[in-house]
Design a protein around this ligand. Sequence first.
Ligand SMILES: Cc1cc2nc3c(=O)[nH]c(=O)nc-3n(C[C@H](O)[C@H](O)[C@H](O)COP(=O)(O)O)c2cc1C
Length: 134
Amino acid sequence: MVALSGEIKEVFGKVKVMPMATASKSGVPNVAPMASIQLVGDDTVWIMDNYMVKTLENLKENPVVALYFYDPDSKRCFQIKGSTEIKTSGPDYEKFRDQVRTKSHKYPAKSLIVITITDVFECTPGKEAGKKVL
Ligand SMILES: Cc1cc2nc3c(=O)[nH]c(=O)nc-3n(C[C@H](O)[C@H](O)[C@H](O)COP(=O)(O)O)c2cc1C
């Protein structure tokens, strides 16, 4: 099981928009920006499906994801890979839906993508680049 360190969580918390990469079952890649995103505990990320199209189709047939987050102030960057579950009901979905809709009632909040983090890699340029950290 992966548990993000305080430093990784700090970098994550500074980033407002993250690229979310998925792939179809046959390997066609897709990347889309996501902002309704929240770190939950040490090993879970929630992302709200407001407007996902190819992303959601991909997750239904190939439930894995990659994200990266880069903080220009500290110049730190990490990549996360994880497995996903799609929730359209239940307490976690309702909690995040209400939170997202507090920001704007126009968000459809169709489903909650729960990412269980499986791997973390360094992506800060330099000699540690690409190294698996968790
Ligand atoms: C800054 C920004 C933030 C976004 N945040 C989200 C988000 O949190 N959830 C979402 O479903 N769509 C979000 N979107 C919209 C998707 O990225 C967009 O609908 C994209 O076309 C998804 O399509 P795809 O799943 O076919 O790749 C955001 C777009 C931008 C530009």
